[in-house]
Design a protein around this ligand. Sequence first.
Ligand code: PMP
Ligand code: GLN
Length: 381
Amino acid sequence: MLHSKLPQVGTTIFTRMSALATETGALNLSQGFPDFNPPQRLAQALGEHALAGNNQYAPMAGLPRLREAVAAQLLRHRRVDVDPETEVTIVPGATEGIFCAIQAVVRPGDEVVVLDPVYDSYEPAIELAGGRAIHVPLDTDFAIDWQRISEAVTPRTRVLMLNSPHNPSGSVITRNDLDELASLVERHDLLVCSDEVYEYLVFDGAEHCSVLSHPVLRERSFAHYSFGKTFSVTGWKTGYCVASPRLTEEFRKVHQYVTYVAVTPVQHALADFMHEDPDYPLSLAASYQRRRDYFLGALGESRFTWKPASGSYFQLLDYSAITDDVDLQLCERWTREHGVASIPVSYFYAEPPEQKLLRFCFAKSDEVLLQAAERLCAIPS
Ligand code: PMP
Ligand code: GLN
């Protein structure tokens, strides 16, 4: 009677680990979200707009004043010129934007290249469109192996999914990666779905390399962003998709029937804040880099090993000097026994390699980071 369209999909690890952290009272460094408040002025603006009566549907593509603020921000911070009318769509979260982009362009039988470890929402979206995800592993440093990707491309390949800064590894792509990608997509006539939700979280002086900053990729890409990450409001579930007018037209055909529109007072509040404080996002890199370094500094005496994350708000820790346990069971056990919840990195792979890595979210207060590090340091072999 009922034949599941997604038989291998369960409840996400993020939901499960956050629930376990709540149930056990553990420090929750699993699911990615800040444990601190957004800027006060932004939160206030949301209340003001709800009280002022801005509570009915916004235009389908998003409030014009928010789309203008997005375009102004792209020009100011990335020197990318986009038309807010025809190239920017406000969506209820990047997850929805990515889903709609995939539904708009992937047909039954199409192949979509994804890079493992891969964010969990991509493959179900590809499958619901009738496509097939082709998993290509990143190399051991989580950099992109262009030779392997090029070998995975077939006449059926339609889209390549890109994610930088990368969840879960924290790696970031370079200008050279953009050039490699551009030559690949031109050679094979591909589209790109670029997940750039952590665009402002790039550390140690590196720059975020957006597909929008590359002339070839600009024409062939959907670029996805999340206000949730940039303004510490993941629960507001609002983001945007930037793409050429031709791609945006197809994107909106799907978006208008998936959710139709994003939440109105949230859009007003974001527009106010972005107009008032356009450079706020530029403060994020230093503040998150400091949190990363504080967490790693407090882990100094432990037997974990790591390479500091280059971007995102996730830090991978290698626990192979502590135990041989499988990561999935280990993160549950450590949540219960040591009171720190994390995410097993094998979850992000079609075929997990031999590695012992857990992902920790460092978008947390100093007290929580310090306490978590102390508990992790105290774990016996
Ligand atoms: N992509 C990546 C890589 C993410 O980590 C997240 C996390 N939340 C999303 C997309 C989804 O963002 P949103 O909450 O705006 O849907
Ligand atoms: N993107 C977040 C993470 O990687 C989780 C968002 C979600 O739970 N879907 O932790």
